[in-house]
Design a protein around this ligand. Structure first.
Ligand code: UTP
Length: 473
């Protein structure tokens, strides 16, 4: 530990006190030199003017935003007509050409804390394979390997971690031989963090010499990409597009030629996939236009009138649920940095363990703290020519959020198996079901056997009969 910073104690202490955070020094007399230096470094790294603005505007005196009227966004629908099918084919060909030319890299955000799932370890290490218990990272790696086989280039996999899970994630990849991608096929980068504050805007201490910090949201991707020099790496490899997905979407198509093709043909700086909301109160953000700019309106910010509003066809007017799959033009990320554009922070009320005034470690049962997070979709408002593409939920979206119930390991495995069942069905195979219509056997198809429905239909023997659990790999 470099203790040179101790010479700046007075200056750093003054800065904290002026920002109303002098309590961070409450345990100073009890700390040894190394702990003092460590604490000073943490305090010195805080952007107090930014934090004060956030505390003022999001914690102490938040006032409801005067939201501009909402309009539905233009959306490319799931193809039904011949013209739409033809356009999809053209987009696919364009996307495949870009994949063959190695212009795209997959990027997964895996820096979240996964508190709702309550799993010890990085969320990507969670086992979801219905028969193999293969983890999320392994599924994605196999999808990338299958794309390598199909299109040729290596498709470097960019993985965002946070300080809390970076080492564990890297170790997990090393222990698993990088899931066949090789150490050079995977690039990690670490997102930033923000101090967590209590409801009075005071920064929480995790211990006597440690500030409670949490990852700065998936919007931190853009800042961290630049800081980590990964943009330079992408540029040096001739990569122009990032295919962004979340680690907890078990169905994520990590490199989708149709999506890539539509995005590139439009000259879009950032594009999104959406699924149809199943009912008005469903807790997903929707993509819409405010003041003519595209954006995501969070479930909690959508007023009741808009939530229930119907379109001319009687369906929901705002049906386009955001599934956090984006194409991002690399030059767009640079443009935002060069223009000094920072994504705004939002308030998230969460449970954060802390040290109370008596020095006791408290594990709160209810949200006690406010975290500051930025969201990747706020970049949409700055993007030129953004494309929004509708996809089928059962093919592309099944997030793993909770330990039980909706969006849990059970639903993730079920949705994976239902997707495989539909591929088998289309290949002419009878899939056994019970009286309620649920699958009567377990199914698993490795991405290395078939990456998509078309490949499955080519490979699965039509006469295949399923007597028990079926694993194709
Ligand atoms: P969620 O917002 O669902 O959060 O993240 P989470 O951390 O997985 O789970 P909870 O809320 O603590 O239960 C959606 C995606 O964004 C990533 C997550 O890893 C996940 O892939 N994420 C979220 C980050 O990479 N960094 C963040 O700061 C937040």
């Amino acid at each position: 530990m470099d203790t040179k910073i101790l010479a700046r104690e007075e200056e750093i202490r003054r800065g904290a006190e002026e920002a109303g955070q002098g309590h961070l020094f409450a345990w100073w007399p009890e700390l040894d030199l190394a702990q003092r230096a460590n604490l000073l470094e943490q305090i010195d790294s805080i952007d107090f003017p930014l934090l004060q603005t956030l505390i003022e505007g999001l914690v102490l005196h938040p006032f409801p935003e005067d939201a501009a009227a909402l309009e539905p966004a233009p959306i490319i629908p799931v193809p039904r007509t011949d013209i739409e099918k033809r356009e999809h084919r053209i987009a696919r060909e364009r996307g495949e050409a870009l994949l063959r030319d190695g212009k795209v890299a997959p990027l997964v955000v895996a820096g979240g804390q996964g508190t709702r799932l309550g799993f010890q370890g990085p969320k990507g290490a969670f086992p979801v394979g219905p028969l193999t218990n293969k983890c999320l990272f392994a599924f994605f790696a196999e999808r990338i390997l299958a794309a390598r086989r199909r299109y040729g280039p290596a498709f470097p996999w960019i993985i965002m971690t946070s300080p809390a899970n970076d080492a564990a994630t890297r170790d997990f990849f090393a222990e698993n031989d990088f899931f066949g991608l090789g150490p050079d096929g995977v690039h990690f980068f670490v997102q930033g963090t923000m101090p967590a504050v209590d409801k009075q805007g005071k920064i929480l201490l995790a211990s006597r010499h440690k500030i409670a910090r949490s990852p700065d949201g998936h919007g931190g991707t853009l800042r961290a990409l630049d800081r980590s020099r990964l943009l330079d790496l992408l540029a040096s490899r001739g990569i122009e597009e990032i295919s962004y997905f979340q680690v907890d979407n078990v169905l994520a198509k990590v490199l989708d030629p149709v999506f890539i093709g539509y995005h590139a043909s439009a000259g879009a700086e950032m594009s999104s996939k959406v699924v149809r909301k199943t009912y008005p109160q469903e807790k997903v953000g929707i993509i819409g236009l405010r003041n003519g700019r595209l954006g995501v309106i969070e479930y909690s910010d959508l007023d009741e009138k808009d939530m229930e509003a119907r379109g001319p066809d009687g369906g929901l007017k705002y049906w386009a649920g955001n599934i956090a799959m984006h194409m991002i033009h690399v030059a767009f990320v640079r443009r935002l940095h060069e223009a000094g554009i920072r994504l705004p922070f939002h308030r998230a009320d969460k449970k954060v363990p802390f040290l109370d005034n008596e020095g006791r470690h408290i594990e709160p049962e209810h949200p006690n703290a406010i975290k500051f997070e930025s969201f990747i979709f706020d970049a949409l408002g700055y993007a030129n020519n953004p494309v929004t593409l509708e996809v089928r939920r059962e093919e592309e979206f099944s997030p793993l959020k909770n330990a039980t119930g909706a969006n849990s390991p059970e639903t993730a495995r079920r949705d994976l198996m239902e997707l495989f069942a539909s591929w088998l069905h289309d290949a002419g195979v009878k899939v056994p079901r019970d009286k309620e219509g649920s699958l009567a056997v377990k199914l698993e198809i490795s991405p290395l056997y078939a990456l998509d429905r078309e490949e499955a239909m080519r490979k699965i023997p039509p006469g295949l009969s399923i007597a028990g659990d079926l694993l194709l790999q």
